[in-house]
Design a binder for this molecule. Structure first.
Ligand SMILES: [Fe+2]
Length: 240
């Protein structure tokens, strides 16, 4: 493993896993069951123009509280994804300033395999939940070409606090329904500085994204054909 680049927004590691572990993770992805993210309902983290990504089940580094366990498996799972969970847990220890400190800042991380086929991407956003201390993405596909798209774009400004506007509801409560259909504040936040870092989805690469940083996944281009962007993505988070 080597650190390829490190700035205030993102840290990129290459050859993150050993060749053997990388193979086990890819074989795990090949065997995993996927469904379209919007299969049952619109997952509003994805905009309507973001194409049709797929996801698999949630895996956690340790058991989660009962209300969240319904769809998740915790480490050790006996599957190839354990290789990734072990490596990420080890790496996190070396970057407490960036990832947060285990205990006070986060108690576990969860990992979810995704597939982005041609046309799929993810619009500008922050991983804005209060209980998230750091986000990550790992590229599990065995091959990528510079013309296939799916670059991770990371805003280079020091902006960290995109807050979802709270709206008045008929029941008297104020709630934040999200930015999926009105994302003007996201655009303003990105356009304010408008310069940053791109990260190519190189096989066996891990990127850590600092809490609150704006980022985007460019759509997988037509030139990718039936090659899919295969990622393991998730968050370090507190357990409440
Ligand atoms: Fe994200």
């Amino acid at each position: 493993m080597e650190v390829t680049t490190e700035n205030d927004q993102v840290i990129v590691f290459d050859e993150f896993l050993s060749a053997e572990a990388f193979r086990f993770v890819w074989n795990f992805v090949l065997e995993a069951r996927f469904r379209y993210v919007n299969n049952d309902q619109w997952i509003k983290a994805f905009r309507l123009m973001d194409g049709a990504a797929l996801w698999s089940d949630v895996f956690t580094s340790k058991p989660m509280p009962s209300d969240r366990t319904a769809m998740s498996q915790s480490y050790p799972t006996g599957k190839g994804i354990d290789c990734f969970i072990e490596a990420l847990a080890e790496t996190a220890k070396g970057y407490p300033e960036f990832v947060g400190e285990e205990g006070p800042d986060w108690e576990l991380f969860f990992v979810r395999p995704y597939l982005y086929p041609t046309g799929a991407g993810l619009s500008w956003h922050t991983d804005g939940r209060q209980d998230v201390s750091c986000a990550f993405v790992y590229y599990a596909h065995p091959e990528w070409n510079a013309s296939w798209g799916a670059e991770l774009l990371v805003d280079g400004s020091d902006f960290r606090d995109l807050t979802y506007p709270e709206l008045e509801m008929y029941d008297g409560e104020r709630r934040a329904p999200g930015l999926h259909m009105d994302h003007e504040i996201t655009s303003r936040a990105v356009m304010n500085f408008g310069v940053g870092t791109y990260v190519m989805p190189k096989p066996n690469r891990l990127a850590l994204i600092r809490r609150g940083v704006l980022h985007r996944i460019n759509p997988v281009g037509a030139a990718a054909g039936d090659h899919v962007r295969s990622s393991l993505t998730g968050f370090f988070m507190s357990n409440d």
